[in-house]
Design a protein around this ligand. Structure first.
Ligand SMILES: Cc1ncc(COP(=O)(O)O)c(C=O)c1O
Length: 449
């Protein structure tokens, strides 16, 4: 059960079926364009959607809004140093700002960045620096740890003539683009070894570091007796630095960080930080945000919280399976993924089966989930034919932290069961308007019948 009780409540909207139909039509059949006032349960993302604790709300009042040298920064810096062991701590307003600044300072034209999987904003920052992002995911080779780096492929690249162009190896923990699967300690240690032998920096995208650490304690008997915080510290110790979107495991609604061992690289980051984010002791955040984050970074490694969070995701995955949905196994921590291609074999990839499922679920129960299929990852066909499909047609049920109870998720599962039962009747979609980049945020769609 939840290791907390409710102290403050926020009513949720219950639009009628007619209102949901109208909202979807008005939004061009794109759930990103539906206002939250028309959503009953919002599982679009786990980013920035956490409920803060009483201690975090209380910490907000202690926020020091001094432009320079605020006490809030000192508290944030000390918590991050204690957690990571990295001396250089730089706050930013969210993860992508950290990526733009750090990868911009590290990479240049013709350089390579190697990763288990670059998250899409990470890839965008690598490319903006003139470099190329190469993904070498390990797949399911290691039981329970499907999020790792393929060390053999990374080693092959590093020993090839192109190896000299590799500036960093990035481990995204957990691996969001690979179903939120964790990275094992052995894989992080293997990447460390590889990087040390080839003189390359190892960086963590630590946005979900606590969830990764907990899954290591739960799935690797060698770490079963350690606390998630101890395991997190070991993960950080193996790397040369990290960045994070603190909208996830910071347990707050905004925030990010860069933390490094190298003072020279940190100095270059701070120069850029001042130009685009703000003074190094606030980095685009209010002092009160830094205090809420400092408290969140302490709470997030609580084993009782992490156990509840993981077990809720496992329970929800099993419940959706029982509802007749093809759930991607094993279930990670921050989301449950459903394979829409398997559920809707009558809808071709370019007719967007994952969108078809997500929109049907919204119509049925006012539930918002996100499509991670051809709308997000597909590409326009240069020959004018059907879109080039994404590798998979997934629907992500993201789980905001400490927000929804099992009753809410039971409601979602019941609506999803009704969709699964009527799957053969769902129509595909076509895109009628789209932007050149990140089209899923703004595209206008039409159902095919
Ligand atoms: C693994 C990972 N890295 C980076 C980011 C970007 O962070 P932000 O949304 O705070 O800019 C995200 C956001 O979802 C993420 O999941």
């Amino acid at each position: 059960m939840e290791p907390f009780r409710v102290k403050m409540v926020e009513p949720i909207p219950f639009p009628s079926r007619e209102e949901r139909e109208r909202a979807l039509e008005h939004a061009g059949h794109n759930l990103f364009r539906v206002p939250s006032s028309a959503i009953t349960i919002d599982l679009l993302t786990d980013s920035g959607t956490s409920a803060m604790s009483a201690a975090q709300w209380s910490a907000l009042l202690g926020g020091d809004e001094s432009y320079a040298g605020a006490r809030s920064f000192e508290r944030f810096e000390s918590v991050v140093r204690e957690l990571t062991g990295y001396p250089e701590v730089i706050p930013v307003h969210q993860g992508r700002a950290a990526e733009r600044i750090l990868l911009g300072a590290l990479l240049g034209d013709g350089d390579l960045s190697v990763s288990n999987t670059h998250f899409d904003t990470t890839r965008a920052s690598v490319e903006a620096a003139g470099a190329t992002a190469l993904d070498f995911p390990s797949g399911q080779g290691e039981a329970g740890f499907g999020g790792g780096l393929d060390l053999t492929r990374a080693e092959q690249l590093l020993t090839s003539p192109d190896g000299a162009r590799v500036r960093c190896v990035v481990l995204t923990v957990t691996n969001n683009a690979a179903g939120g699967q964790p990275v094992s300690m052995a894989n992080i240690a293997g990447a460390r070894n590889l990087c040390s032998r080839h003189g390359v920096r190892l960086l963590l995208d630590a946005s979900r570091f606590a969830e990764n650490a907990y899954l290591i304690t739960a799935r690797d008997s060698a770490h079963a007796s350690e606390s998630p915080r101890e395991v997190a510290r070991q993960m950080f110790t193996l790397a040369d630095g990290c960045w994070a979107s603190l909208k996830k495991d910071g347990l707050a609604n905004i925030g990010g960080l860069i933390a490094l061992t190298d003072p020279e690289l940190a100095a270059r980051c701070r120069e850029q930080l001042i130009a685009v984010e703000g003074f190094p002791t606030y980095g685009g955040l209010a002092g009160r945000d830094l205090d809420a984050l400092a408290q969140g970074l302490v709470e997030v490694t609580d084993p009782a919280y992490l156990r509840y969070r993981t077990e809720s995701a496992q329970w929800f995955g099993a419940r959706l399976t029982k509802a007749g949905l093809p759930v991607v196994e094993p279930v990670g921590c921050h989301a449950v993924y459903v394979d829409a291609a398997q559920l809707l074999p009558h809808i071709a990839a370019h007719e967007l089966p994952a969108t078809a499922f997500a929109n049907a679920l919204y119509r049925e129960g006012g539930v918002r989930v996100s499509e991670l299929g051809t709308l997000v990852f597909g590409r326009r066909n240069p020959d004018g034919g059907p879109d080039l499909p994404a590798p998979r047609e997934l629907v992500r049920f993201a789980l905001p932290r400490r927000v929804y109870t099992r009753n809410h998720l039971e409601y979602v599962a019941e609506a999803a069961a009704r969709i699964a039962a009527a799957a053969a009747d769902l129509p595909g979609y076509r895109i009628v308007e789209q932007a050149d980049a990140l089209r899923h945020f703004t595209a206008v769609l039409k159902p095919l019948n």
